[in-house]
Design a protein around this ligand. Structure first.
Ligand code: HEM
Length: 388
């Protein structure tokens, strides 16, 4: 968890396409090199439907009928509906809102000797933005909602007791049901003009374009991935800048570098480490081996983004790197819908953080940093900082 990169390097050299058989007999393939990950991300022979693997549990009950777990034609239909919330004009218009929210949060941290960048900046900023896009009213934005969401991506062993985990999932489901009911009473037609959830409720009620389960699942997915990704971009990115002070200084001196800097931070310590669930629906030959139908495939984005066959000096952080054809947002039909939003949040947040916080250092030794024990996401539980 703390530093997967030596293992990824070993995999790329010695076992770039490897298969592990789990105790229950399920075969899980790991693909480590850029060339194969790049191609397989768009390969339609790999299905995204967990239902193809008997007994495979992924995500909270009743909330799994969404984009990430669907193939065409469901995927195409849902993607068109969700896309309306992320059209470039809508995202660009959010720039002043993101800036104001980031400045407000930093105002509160200005004179502090120490802070936790995750809990006090990256988490609240990214969550506020996705709540705004979806149209989550402040009255419903319950304390603890972020924790309920983040807990759903922890492996079973890292969660509370099974009973507590089940209770959290029920609480989350109840919250989403209340949220959708609120949109209905608020008049989804009116809300549809301003927010994405209103638009989805309207599409459901007016034309039946999606089912109630798809509606709730999509709200869950967007609330989760709308922040537990950009939050990691800001956390992992600030850590990288602190550990490479020359690069941090370069960005502080030249905020126009923000665009290429964000691409490099996405590549260097990718917030989505492994691509999401895929299972072979047909035989797929990769590097002389055959993945058979029903076998699960894990595409290691974090490893592909450090592949020396694709990137010169892949373990160096170079904020001016160009070209930088990283896979941090995936490829093909499941390419990240929120990429423009995430990039915008990063381009605004990093120069602002460097400017307003001034010189900061890690408040604990790097080896004591706690990484959240998730497989797909790569992010810190806390990033304690202190003034230099
Ligand atoms: C730095 C931030 C982000 C990163 C690194 C990231 C990364 C990714 C990746 C790698 C995928 C493809 C996964 C796969 O093919 O298995 C993906 C899909 C997706 N992302 Fe993001 N993401 C980020 C931010 C966001 C944001 C802010 C949203 C907003 C809601 C979002 C929404 C989605 C959705 C809905 C999908 C599924 C698309 C589909 O299956 O068609 N992401 N993201």
């Amino acid at each position: 968890m703390n530093d997967p990169y030596p293992y990824f390097s070993w995999l790329r050299r010695h076992a770039p396409v490897s298969c592990e058989r789990k105790a229950n007999g399920l075969a899980v393939w790991q693909i480590a090199r850029y060339a194969e990950v790049n191609v397989l991300l768009s390969d339609a022979r790999l299905s995204k439907r967990p239902g193809r693997v008997p007994g495979y549990v992924s995500g909270p009950a009743g909330l799994n009928r969404h984009l990430v777990h669907s193939d065409p034609p469901e995927h195409t239909r849902l993607r068109q509906l969700v896309n309306t919330g992320f059209i470039p004009r809508r995202i660009t218009a959010l720039a002043p809102v993101i800036r104001t929210a980031a400045e407000d949060l930093l105002d509160g941290l200005h004179r502090r000797e120490s802070l936790d960048l995750i809990e006090e900046f990256a988490g609240p900023l990214t969550f506020r933005m996705i709540c705004r896009i979806l149209g989550v009213p402040k009255t419903l934005d319950t304390p603890g909602l972020r924790d309920l969401l983040l807990a759903t991506v922890l492996p079973t062993g890292a969660r509370a007791t099974p009973e507590e985990a089940a209770r959290s999932e029920r609480d989350l489901y109840a919250f989403l049901t209340r949220l959708v009911a609120h949109k209905r009473t608020a008049g989804a037609e009116r809300a549809a003009e301003t927010d994405l959830l209103g638009a989805l409720v309207h599409a459901r009620d007016a034309t039946g374009a999606l089912s109630e389960e798809e509606l709730l699942s999509t709200a869950y997915l967007l609330l989760l991935v709308g922040h537990d990704t950009t939050l990691n971009l800001i956390g992992n990115g600030m850590l990288a800048l602190i550990q490479h002070p020359d690069q941090g200084k370069q960005l502080a001196a030249d905020p126009d570098l923000g665009g290429t800097a964000v691409e490099e931070l996405l590549r260097y310590d990718s917030p989505v480490r492994d691509a999401t669930f895929r299972v072979a629906a047909q035989p797929v030959d990769v590097d002389g081996q055959t993945i058979r139908p029903g076998e699960v495939v894990s595409l290691l984005i974090g490893s592909a983004n450090r592949d020396p066959d694709q990137f010169e000096g892949p373990d160096d952080l170079d904020l001016t790197r160009h070209p930088n054809d990283h896979l941090a947002f995936g490829r093909g039909p499941h390419f990240c819908i929120g990429a423009a939003l995430a990039r915008l949040e990063g381009v605004i947040a990093f120069p602002l953080l460097l400017d307003r916080l001034g010189p900061v250092r890690l408040a604990v030794p790097a080896e004591d940093l706690v990484w959240r024990p998730t497989r797909v996401m790569r992010g810190l539980a806390r990033l304690p900082l202190a003034r230099c």
